[in-house]
Design a binder for this molecule. Structure first.
Ligand code: NI
Length: 497
């Protein structure tokens, strides 16, 4: 509708609106007319006026300008601080300038309708002497952008993000989660790429704050999405000054304190639990390393991954028992959850138990939190079933990176790989398993097998007979490391031929 009105029509409309507005301001303020520049060309009209707002300390400047080439309508709030007014004026001027520059060379005839710039503002009071000025900028009713100034009039300054939030990684993470949730609530979303870009540069954020919400504004194509985050979701991340800045209620202050105290308590408990786990692991390690055979003769650490399984694991245990051999079982957390009794039998027979993640995840593809979950939750399952907190981690597919090593180091664990791959997962053939190991075995080797393939259980009696005939003693991984004089984070592979 508006698009069809030609410049001359605008002129008439603005003239009428101008009379109307100045008339209103007379009625409201009793001041004299403040029309600044009367039209000096047939197609130029400029109008400025100032109206009171619902906040006694804020008045609203209005400026309209129509030339043959463009139209500008601007609202500018005005405070009792000249410094603040300058900040707002500078921003508006720069927006106007860049808009006008765009059309400086455009001749009047080449456009069917004059491009327009409209800057409007919503004023929101934060506390007695502070405000959010939320500007919306529209160009020719197409592109809309938002720019927010958060102003402390009393101290004559813009509030900065650091005044409101402790801008650490945890805060950014929470803001990202909360922004996503807020957009979902509005049936809207932005791509992960757009979020990545947005959260990589907090200095470019548009945000506002009040007693109810901290609001982030994110540009999406031609518009700006608004994501209000409830104040109570951010209690852990606000600065101490926030209470004063947004004039928190007594209830909010109490809630904030309670949330912070609860978080401290949670961290304390987590630390305590970690300490307990470390202690149990250290005791188990000492127990496993005791009874290490002497360095006389040859020794080998047999290891079994991916179990427990209901049929193969008991058969493996039987054969090991017949040879009085101890081995190490790297269990999957979800298998232990499914077969806790079988896991218990392995532990009760005196074998060593290691951790092979919850569900055979490729740890090298996960972020630190994902790595921690895979290893930590699996350790929980194993400890719940067997009473043993595992401290040996075998990464599925042998895949690990620095993030995995960091996690293992943080937890006081050890990364265990292997030096002899029986290839039982590939051959599924007892004779092939035996000959592969016969070919590669050497003293101090760590041998990889799986207690989920029946062919592996089939191979074991003959394999153990042969190894004994060659003078090998069977040791756990702990005993092997102890005998080799190795301790630390690893990764440990065992000896190769
Ligand atoms: Ni595996």
């Amino acid at each position: 509708m508006l698009r069809r009105i030609k410049p001359l029509g605008w002129l008439v409309i603005l003239a009428i609106m101008g009379l109307f507005l100045t008339g209103i301001s007379h009625l409201v303020s009793g001041q004299t007319q403040t029309v600044a520049n009367l039209p000096n060309r047939e197609t130029d009209i400029q109008l400025k006026d100032k109206l009171p707002s619902k906040y006694p300390d804020i008045s609203m400047g209005i400026e309209m300008k129509v030339s043959g080439a463009y139209q500008i309508r601007v609202q500018q709030p005005s405070t009792k601080s000249a410094t603040i007014n300058d900040i707002l004026r500078n921003w508006i001027d720069s927006q106007k300038d860049s808009f006008i520059d765009q059309f400086a060379d455009t001749s009047e005839d080449s456009k069917e309708e004059a491009p327009s710039l409209k800057i409007s503002v919503i004023t929101e009071q934060i506390a007695s002497d502070s405000y959010n000025f939320i500007f919306t900028e529209e160009e020719s009713d197409q592109r809309t952008e938002t720019k927010v100034f958060t102003i402390d009039v009393k101290h004559e300054r813009e509030l900065k993000l650091d005044d409101i939030l402790k801008m650490d990684d945890a805060t950014v993470k929470t803001l990202r989660e909360q922004m996503k949730a807020s957009l979902v609530k509005q049936d809207s979303s932005v791509s992960d790429d757009a979020l990545d870009r947005f959260f990589s540069d907090p200095s470019a954020w548009n945000w506002a704050v009040n007693q109810k919400a901290f609001t982030l504004y994110i540009d999406d194509d031609s518009t700006t999405l608004k994501a209000p985050i409830p104040i109570e979701s951010l209690y852990l991340h606000f600065t101490d000054d926030i209470a004063e800045i947004i004039d928190m209620s007594a209830e909010q202050k109490q809630e904030k304190n309670d949330t912070i105290e609860a978080e401290k308590e949670r961290i304390r408990k987590e630390k305590e639990q970690r300490k307990e786990q470390e202690k149990r692991k250290a005791e188990e390690r000492a127990k496993q390393q005791k009874n290490s055979p002497t360095h006389e003769g040859k020794y080998v650490a047999l290891t079994f991954d991916d179990g427990p399984s209901s049929d193969v694991t008991p058969r493996v245990l039987d054969t090991l028992a017949q040879h009085d051999a101890k081995a190490t079982f790297f269990m999957l957390g979800n298998r232990v959850e499914a077969l806790p009794k079988t896991a218990q039998q392995v532990a009760a027979a005196g074998h060593e138990i290691g951790n092979h993640t919850v569900d055979h995840a490729d740890l090298s593809t996960l972020d630190p939190e994902g790595i921690r979950n895979e290893i930590g939750q699996s350790a929980d399952s194993i400890e719940q079933a067997t009473g043993i907190r595992p401290y040996f981690i075998r990464p599925p597919y042998g895949a690990f990176n620095d993030a995995v090593i960091n996690d293992v180091a943080n937890q006081g664990d050890t990364l265990i790989l292997w030096s002899v791959d029986s290839l039982d997962w590939q051959s599924r053939n007892a004779n092939a398993v035996i000959s592969e190991i016969q070919k590669e075995i050497t003293s101090g080797a760590i041998v990889l097998m799986h207690d989920i393939h029946p062919s592996t259980a089939d191979a074991l009696p003959q394999l153990l007979d042969w190894l004994e005939s060659q003078g090998y003693q069977f040791v756990t991984v702990s005993q092997l490391l102890e005998m080799e004089g190795q301790n630390g984070v690893g990764p440990y592979y065992g000896n190769v031929k």
